[in-house]
Write a protein that binds this ligand. Structure first.
Ligand code: GDP
Length: 332
């Protein structure tokens, strides 16, 4: 028998990992029936969520994200007696091949710890769908008692922006010595970064990492100061040798204290929730619109006319929107 949302939430609140995993699976499903259940579960969890440190982590493949998350997670659970949930946003992962990010085998030490919960990225969806599920997963993990949530992402498309928009602090991992372009660092990203860590600062790379740190510090100071007054901090670490990981976490906590003191953390989360609301409305509207009988009937002809250049997209969009009867589409 399938548990009811209430039973699922009771299990989840009591720390039952299977219940948590099940609730996340519902959030990831695209079936309307599952989404309705997920909505109910989330509603019940809401009073118990919000308490975690939410850290987003990005960087090109090979920079050391999983090694870093493993080391940081182990530091948190073993030295700080904390609990950690690791989530991932990877819209590039194939539908059936499973996702690479958040894969437990990439975080062997952390995965074996009972105080850690690791969940791979929902696979095979648009960024919007993956982000929507992961946002819910953050709240579900908090309700399940995880006090730190690490959300990992590869820097494809807009996934960094999506993860920055669901976390309190956003960390960019970089390699020493390679140019920003080579590392896929897009212009916009520096605007959402709170913390840059140069990884692999070991062996021959140690000097290069120190230089990269100075360069990035100088570059970041050229940005106009943010309203909250936090200038991104640059650090170095060797995730592999477990050096600089504790210090990186200390910067995360410093950032948090800074944001909390000015009421900025609360404001950041409030703005994130508001944006999420609008995103959901836009997504839902688009879906109901495209599914409605009146639109489906006219769409192929309209597309043809627009492609042929005999009708402007402006006129076509208006006519389709005029033909749409939102009330009627619900029965479809
Ligand atoms: P990801 O793709 O960003 O998750 O990167 P991984 O964590 O899988 O690491 C990619 C490779 O870099 C692996 O071979 C790691 O062993 C190695 N690596 C990760 N962190 C460090 C580090 O701090 N120093 C060195 N020298 N190698 C590292």
């Amino acid at each position: 028998m399938k548990p009811s949302p209430r039973q699922l939430v009771d299990g989840l609140l009591a720390g039952d990992r299977a219940a948590l995993a099940r609730a996340i699976t519902l959030a990831e499903s695209s079936l309307p029936r599952h989404q309705a259940l997920a909505e109910e579960v989330l509603e019940l969890c809401l009073p118990h969520s919000g308490g975690a440190v939410r850290l987003g982590i990005t960087g090109v493949p090979g920079v050391g994200k999983s090694t870093f998350v493993d080391a940081l997670g182990v530091h948190l659970v073993r030295e700080r007696a904390e609990t950690v949930a690791v989530l991932a946003v990877d819209p590039s992962s194939p539908v059936h091949g499973g996702s690479i990010l958040g894969d437990k085998t990439r975080m062997p030490r952390l995965a074996s710890d009972p105080r850690a919960f690791i969940r791979p990225s929902p696979s095979g969806g648009s960024l919007g769908g993956v982000a929507r599920a992961t946002r819910q997963a953050v709240l579900l993990c908090e309700a399940a008692g995880y006090r730190n949530i690490l959300v990992e992402t590869v820097g494809v498309g807009q996934s960094e922006v999506a993860v920055a928009d669901m976390t309190d602090c956003f960390l960019l991992l970089m390699l020493p010595g390679a140019g920003d372009e080579l590392q896929g660092v897009k212009r916009g990203i520096m605007e959402v970064v709170d913390l840059v860590i140069i990884n692999k600062a070991d062996g021959d790379n140690a000097d290069r990492a120190a230089r990269a740190r100075r360069d990035h510090e100088n570059a970041l100071h050229l940005f106009p100061p943010a309203p909250h007054g936090w200038t991104p901090v640059v650090g170095v670490c060797s995730a592999q040798e477990n050096r600089g990981v504790r210090e990186a976490w200390e910067i995360v906590l410093r950032h948090r204290a800074h944001m909390q003191a000015g009421g900025w953390l609360e404001r950041r989360r409030a703005a994130q929730s508001r944006r999420w609301l609008y995103e959901l409305i836009e997504g839902q509207l688009r879906e109901t619109f495209l599914r409605s009988a009146a639109v489906r009937e006219r769409m192929p002809a309209m597309e043809g006319l627009v492609e042929a250049g005999s009708l402007s997209p402006l006129r076509a969009a208006r006519e389709l929107l005029d033909a749409w009867e939102p009330g009627a589409s619900r029965e479809n």
